[in-house]
Design a protein around this ligand. Sequence first.
Ligand code: F6P
Length: 549
Amino acid sequence: MKSLDPTLTLSWRKLKKHFLKMKNMHLKDLFKKDIYRFQKFSLNMKNVMLIDYSKNRITEKTLLYLLDLAKEFDLEGSIRSLFQGKYINVTENKPVLHTALRNFNKTEIFVKHENISIKINEVLLKIKNFSSQIIKKKWTGYTGKYIKSIVNIGIGGSHLGPEMVIESLTPYKNHLNIYFISNLDGSNVTEVLKKINFESTIFLISSKTFTTEETITNAKTVKNLFLQQPNVLLSDISKHFFAISMNKKEVIKFGIHKENFFPLWDWVGGRYSLWSSMGLSIALSVGYENFSLLLQGAHDMDNHFLNTPLEKNIPVLLGLISIWYSNFFCAETEGIFVYDQYMHVFSRYLQQAYMESNGKRVDRNKNIVSWQTGAIIWGEPGTNGQHSFYQLLHQGTKLVPSDFIIPIKTHNQIGDHHIKLLSHFFAQTRALAFGKSLKELLNQKKDIQINKKKINTDFLIYQECPGNQPTNSFLLDEITPYTLGNLIALYEHKIFTQGVILNIYSFDQWGVELGKEVAKDILSTLKMNSLCNSYDSSTNALINFYKKS
Ligand code: F6P
């Protein structure tokens, strides 16, 4: 991967100059000037989704310079490196091969002379067989009852991806109840356990490292409570506890039967792991067929990313446009607004994917960056957000580029809900782009107040919406396992594109380690009887306040 200071590239300099012309340009004018804007800045991925990026503050020239920037970074070379399993996770000395997990047709992918396709297919078969046994009620618990509930115990990538997919695919769910325990807060485990019966529940302990404090604490609590159930034997653990991890040694130490171990590998990043055995809860919840359609959808997006020229490559284009906003317009955040209730976890899932990947401050040359890297990602499902934070988007002082996502076909055709939902979806991107000027407001008032003497314009300024808020619209055919897989992979590759060009390492997450380290130290302090004086005055005072309470 090429390591350059992006701000010193020729294209960056051109973009800087170009920005001076663009910064005050209104979307209204851009649309007026060019009636073919939609045709130029949209992509129809037949039967999957239409992506419209015409409501962005860009011109053909902007894209030209951004694409030049991608070329200066040899983005195409980096994409090839990703798929070829090169060691692009440099700081952890690993390849990054989540794309291999969804590459069914390939029979040979080598990592250190080992053909990982064989291992991938073995695990897929294991997922297929096990999920089928559970779904078909051929697996029974310690009292002979068949399994009704699945509890996934995991956090971060070992939680968010599976939960997001399962929630998004609710219409495909079978009879199994799926619960997630992620938080260290004992209330999480307590409340989930109130809903299940140990006799008919299996627990998936999902932790790539099998050392994550939250997960191991929750898993130990659940195991201890399980062993306290009447007539439970130690050997019954094998009927109820399963592990998804790359740390077999710790899994066995925990007391999980070796047959109940679903492996994953260090070339799968936690936040990119839902395609691996980490997706076991997905296969259990919606069936293996649907799980494999999810993988297929992602694989087809992989092919698009790998084989499409940059100027038609959707994750590349969207990634470049994000860089344009964060580095030239100084946009700090990006909104992800999904007009589909089932996809309510999507923006939370993307928060980890984006912010853990591109929340970095040192470039690939070990220099502190002088440019913006990852944006803050946030969002709520539409239309809820409209009655909350959209006010700031329409009339606040911040530029918030946003993605609006909606399925054309709904899974719940009730009355006129969906057509109304669509009307809000189209209305918001239009209103955000074009706003409403004082002149338009005045004309509207005049129309209404015909024949009346005086129009009160005192507070008209408060109603003005300046518009010019950029959005991308994603119209998915329907939320299916296939289209969802396609959409998730699109975002994964958008993140990758940004990481390459912002010259950072997207696949490590050293920052999260500091909090873990400090908490470990503080825990030992909390367990001591004496008051604490070893930290700063604020932390000491907070700890001592707790100790005295
Ligand atoms: O601490 C962050 C992190 O490492 C994430 O990247 C990961 O998804 C999560 O913790 C869970 O890790 P594990 O699967 O090893 O328990």
